[in-house]
Design a protein around this ligand. Structure first.
Ligand SMILES: *Cc1c(COP(=O)(O)O)cnc(C)c1O
Length: 497
């Protein structure tokens, strides 16, 4: 017999309240003034050491734990909550989104099964996601952790649709190897998808792109016929709606047509770019989204919501369900009681236990409404065009790809250096820009050239933040050229391409 039963709730609930108010006060003050803080601060070695210690054996005071958080963790966030953050494609989050995560945490709802509100919210949010994309109302979908899993989920359904008994026999059920098609600019998660669905990355055909980084349609058609002639089984075309390097949009309507002619699946990776669908100027270009067999997009990128939440939609709801539905005795539905709830969401994806990520989507969409999001996304696009203009106008800066949406690729180019030297100079420039907290863009390689890359999915950015990045680029660029001339800075490291 236990002498005293224990639990994990606090002994002193008032302390929890006090700490809660303190956290809210601190966080609100921080976010209110975030523009005055450095965009990025490197994690000091002392902190790294601290974060390498072994598991605590004894309890710690909750106020001390919060202090540790404030000392060791919070100052060294990744920067994506800051108005001068443009690296990779990372969303900003909102205060209400943070509250939603807190409330979801209090409910600690396992949004998988049972007659509970979270499943109805999840379902409503999926319907709202269809409305965002003007997608058929009888389609289905699921919220997942992000674009990668959304894309993989789509590929699983595409594979199972072409191989009707794949659940039993796997990829062996088809005669000939399955092949999928996408452009060479496609996100790396599609390679992973090809690997995990068992077709192998060699069977993911990377089709070359044109000067605008869009898939070459003739090359695609040629490759499909060649593959068919050689006994392969084409089953899926993947269109990019916003490539990660330059924001390029493949000719989606043409891809849709080719997929229909071939009678194969058409999937769109619209991780961030699909949200441009809310902007009237992009509606024609993105109209094929409405007819795609599946579309993957993130809400934690260009819908500014807290990590993690992505979505994948399917036109054919029964194909979606067929890929994942399984019977399990412990999941049996009942007529009444909690087990009488909606169908388990595990019948529509890989996960059983799931958090209540739908709540932040639900609360955010209520807070702002779809029109505000459309205006916000349009503003990010306008800002990117503005940045492109600033770069074009400056003789020491070079724009490396046409701005078509919200991604800008450029480099500092004083005019008297070769490509290798420019690669080295711009790589050093980017690192100094981060270290001096000027702004945080990232980099990529375009046509063999190292470029500084700014992707704008930031609701806190204003034009002056972009001006500061441009001015900082020029200032550091000039310093580097001077250092080079006085031999302080040598271009003695070359970029790994
Ligand atoms: C970000 C991104 C992904 C991956 O999405 P995650 O949410 O990071 O998993 C896939 N495709 C594109 C084009 C992306 O930008």
């Amino acid at each position: 017999m236990l002498t005293k039963e224990i639990g994990l709730d606090p002994d002193n609930w008032d302390d929890i309240k006090t700490l809660g108010y303190l956290i809210i006060d601190d966080m609100v003050e921080y976010l209110k003034n975030i523009g005055n803080k450095p965009v990025w601060t490197p994690v000091p070695q002392l902190v790294k050491d601290e974060l390498n210690k072994s598991i605590p054996q004894q309890p710690q005071n909750i106020f001390d734990i919060y202090d540790d958080f404030k000392q060791q963790i919070f100052p060294y966030h990744g920067g994506n909550i800051h108005p001068k953050y443009f690296a990779w494609v990372q969303g900003t989050g909102t205060p209400m989104g943070a509250f939603a995560d807190l409330l979801a945490g209090v409910m600690n709802s396992n949004t998988a099964i049972g007659d509970q509100s979270s499943l109805y919210v999840d379902k409503q949010v999926i319907n709202w996601c269809k409305q965002l994309m003007n997608y058929p109302a009888d389609g289905s979908g699921i919220l997942v952790s992000g674009g990668s899993i959304a894309n993989i989920t789509a590929m699983i359904v595409a594979r199972n649709t072409i191989i009707t008994n794949s659940k039993n026999a796997g990829v062996y059920a088809v005669e000939g190897k399955l092949t999928a098609y996408c452009s060479s600019e496609t996100h790396n998660c599609m390679v992973k998808a090809a690997e995990v669905i068992g077709i192998g990355n060699q069977q993911l055909r990377k089709i070359p792109v044109n000067d605008n980084f869009e898939i070459d349609l003739d090359a695609l058609k040629t490759k499909i016929s060649e593959d068919k002639a050689n006994g392969y089984v084409p089953f899926c075309i993947i269109g990019n709606c916003g490539t990660v390097n330059t924001g390029a949009i493949d000719p989606l309507s043409d891809l849709l047509q080719i997929a229909r002619n071939e009678n194969i699946w058409f999937h769109i990776d619209g991780a961030f770019g699909a949200l441009a669908k809310l902007v009237p100027a992009y509606q024609d270009k993105l109209i094929a989204i409405e007819e795609a067999d599946s579309i993957a997009f993130d809400l934690h990128k260009w819908m500014y919501m807290q990590y993690e939440v992505g979505c994948v939609l399917f036109k054919n709801a029964s194909a979606h369900r067929a890929a994942f539905a399984t019977a399990a005795s412990y999941l049996t539905a009942h007529d009444r009681g909690i087990a009488a709830g909606p169908e388990t969401i595990s019948n529509h994806g890989m996960e059983l236990s799931r958090g209540f990520k739908a709540l932040k989507v639900w609360m955010s969409l209520k807070e702002h409404g779809m029109e505000k999001y459309a205006a916000m996304i349009a503003q990010n696009i306008d800002q990117a065009f503005y940045l492109g203009q600033q770069i074009k106008q400056h003789p020491e800066l070079e724009l490396l790809s046409a701005v078509t949406m919200n991604v800008v690729c450029y480099r500092y180019n004083p005019g008297n250096l070769d490509d290798d030297q420019l690669d080295a100079l711009n790589k050093e420039l980017l690192m100094r820009m981060h270290e001096n907290a000027i702004a945080v863009p990232s980099s990529t390689i375009l046509s063999g050239k190292y470029v500084i890359r700014a992707a704008n999915v930031n609701h806190r950015t204003r034009l002056h933040h972009l001006d500061e990045m441009v001015a900082g680029t020029i200032e550091i660029g000039r310093i580097l050229v001077k250092e080079y001339e006085s031999k302080l800075f040598k271009f003695d490291f070359l970029i790994h391409k």
